[in-house]
Every structure is written in C-alpha cells, then in structure tokens.
Design a protein around this ligand. Structure first.
Ligand SMILES: Cc1ncc(COP(=O)(O)O)c(C=O)c1O
Length: 347
C-alpha cells in the first residue's frame, strides 16, 4: 500500500493485515494436497501432527479461523445449557458474534476484565457445581496474549493457579492462544509448558505469523475426533486446504522467533508517545493500547489525522485506539509513525 506521494503506508491497525511473503507463497504453491474432509491432505495432516507435538498434546485439527477454532473447543468442553467462565473482554464473548450461545447453547458468565490480569480466587468463587438449581460451570477460558488487554501476557503462575482450581472443581480449561507465540517469545515459556496446562488450545497462524488463514485446535485424540465432526457441522470442512496449511507451517518455521523484533518496535513506539499520557497500559508484546480520553483528539480524530499522513491506527471505541506491529513494519516505518503520531497527539 502507498500514499499518493508514493511513500509506503505504515499500517498499524492489526497484525492480520500482513500479506504472505514470496517464500511463503512458494511453499503454498509447492504444497502436496488432498481432500481434507477425507483427512487425506498430507500437508494438513503434517501441520496438525507438528502443532500437537509443539504443545505436547495427542492431536490437533486445522480450522479456517481463530473464531471457529475457539467455538469448536468450547462446544467440546461445555454441553448445551452449561456454563463457560471468561473475562468480560475475552475475544470469545466480545468478537465471536455470540457463537457460544447461538451454536453451542452455551451460557457464558464473565469476570471483570483488568488488562490481561486474572485473579484466580475471583474465578474460583464463580464456579457453580452440578445440580438442578443453578447453571453448572463446565469450563474456564483465558486469552494468551490478551487482545483487548493490550497484548498483555498472563503469567505462568496465574495459569498454574487456574489449572489447580479447574482440577479441584472438575472443570476444563481452554486457552484462546491466538497470539500464544507472542507470550512464548515475551516470557520465554516453552509452548509445551503452556500446552500441559490446558485441556484445549486454539492457536492462530494468521496473527503476526503471516499465514493468510488458519488456526489449529489442540487437545486429546478423542476430543479432536469430535472436533472434526463439529467443524464439519459448522461448515469448516475444507478440501485441498494444504495450500493454506503450507503457509501455516512456513509461518511456524520462520516467523515465530522474529516476533521479538515486533515487540521491540512496539516498545519503542510506546516509549515515544508515552509523554502524551495516551498509553492504556504497559506494552509487553506487539500491541500498543491507547487511551485517548485526555488527548486533544478522540480515537476517530487521531486515526483520521494519522491516516492523512500515511499511518493507520485502529479505533476500538470513542477514546480507545490501538497500534499493532508486525513484519511489514520495519524500523523506518516506526520512525515515520513516531514522527506523525507525536505531531497528531500534540494537537
Ligand atoms: C485473541 C483472539 N482470539 C481469536 C481471534 C479470532 O481470529 P479470527 O479473526 O481468525 O476468527 C482473534 C482475532 O483477532 C483474537 O485476537
């Protein structure tokens, strides 16, 4: 994308705006494919085995989107008319169009969101047992990293405490790990360590890793066999989808460790605009959350003014904005964004 001046646009709206790189496209073009509804696509099968192995689980299943992967996992863990607990800002209850209720008949109850922080005792106190009087809790979901929580990382100790609570209550634990790679790189926690804490995980190949589509659900072999049925029911049984799985495999092999560069660029951007009092929270990964309630321009105003100078900003609410770094934004792009945003935020 380029401005009329020919200068490249710095697109900081999301890490989903990336285009496949030439080597990723070459891997896609070369992919061996088959009919994945028959489980005969070798590239998909190999990717699923690889991701299961990365997280130390028995099996995995490719899904077209992160939303479908989450919702399949929730349907695996929570029967109709039973309950899921998550935070009020969780992607599964904010951006997935009430799919848990619409497709799974699942009741959801939320704890107040405070960035990516989770108080395990608050969650423990919400769990309702089986019985005839109240909706029984069947699963807890957490998000790693937390999207509306500004890319915050849920600490390993918190996740371990939640696992203990889930075990004692006999409920399941799901991870919306759309950006679990970012948490792995930021905190140095091995993917297997995350894997062993959850009954199911959904992980995205298209958020910062650069695949044009694709997520993977991870869990037991028995659960993944059921997940295959649910995926088909939801219209997610694709045919020669190895072309997309090849992009996902390329992304995993080449684009995970480099996320550290995106985190460093987000930190540099955050440091430069911090004096304007617009940071909504600490920056741990590739997301820079903006609170524009005290800024001369609201979120739409900042976005419009920045866009006029070739910098794209996400508007999440009247005073809530977001900047996201990814592999299409290099150091020169960050320099340009800093120059433009400091001018815009000064008013
Ligand atoms: C935390 C989180 N979970 C799930 C998703 C859903 O992914 P998709 O857009 O592929 O459905 C997103 C999308 O940005 C996300 O940020």
């Amino acid at each position: 994308m380029a401005e009329p001046t020919g200068r490249p646009v710095v697109d900081l709206r999301s890490d989903t705006v990336t285009k496949p790189t030439p080597p990723m496209r070459a891997a896609m073009a070369a992919a061996d494919v088959g009919d994945d509804v028959y489980a005969e696509d070798p590239t998909v099968n190999a990717l699923e085995a690889h991701v299961a192995e990365l997280f130390g689980h028995e099996a995995a299943l490719w899904a077209p989107t992160g939303s479908m992967a989450n919702q399949i996992a929730l349907q695996l863990l929570v029967p109709p008319a039973h309950e899921l607990l998550c935070d009020a800002d969780a992607h599964v209850v904010t951006y997935e169009m009430a799919a848990a209720a619409a497709y799974g008949g699942i009741s959801t109850r939320t704890w107040p969101a405070v960035g990516a922080d989770v108080d395990p005792e608050t969650v423990a106190a919400m769990i309702r047992p089986d019985g005839y009087h109240a909706v029984p809790t069947r699963a807890i979901a957490v998000e790693q990293t937390h999207n509306r929580g500004g890319g915050g990382v849920v600490p390993l100790a918190t996740l371990r405490a939640l696992r203990g609570i889930a075990d004692r209550a006999g409920v399941a634990l799901h991870c919306d790990g759309a950006r679990i790679w970012h948490a792995h790189v930021a905190d140095g926690v091995p993917l297997k360590t995350y894997g062993e804490l959850f009954d199911t995980l959904s992980v995205c190949l298209s958020k910062g890793l650069g695949a044009p589509a694709g997520s993977v659900i991870v869990g037991s072999a028995e659960r993944m066999a059921r997940a295959r049925v649910i995926r088909k029911r939801m219209g997610g049984g694709l045919r020669q989808v190895g072309v997309l799985a090849a992009a996902g495999r390329y992304a995993l092999d080449h684009h995970v460790e480099r996320l550290a560069d995106d985190h460093a660029r987000a930190a540099r951007l955050a440091e430069a605009i911090a004096p304007f009092g617009v940071l909504a929270g600490p920056v741990r990964t590739n997301l820079v959350p903006l609170d524009l309630s005290k800024s001369p321009l609201d979120a739409a105003g900042v976005a419009a003014a920045a866009r006029a100078e070739g910098v794209l900003v996400s508007v999440l609410g009247p005073y809530v904005g977001r900047l996201v770094t990814h592999y299409e934004v290099d150091d020169a792009g960050i320099d340009h964004a800093i120059e433009v945003l400091t001018r815009v935020l000064r008013g």
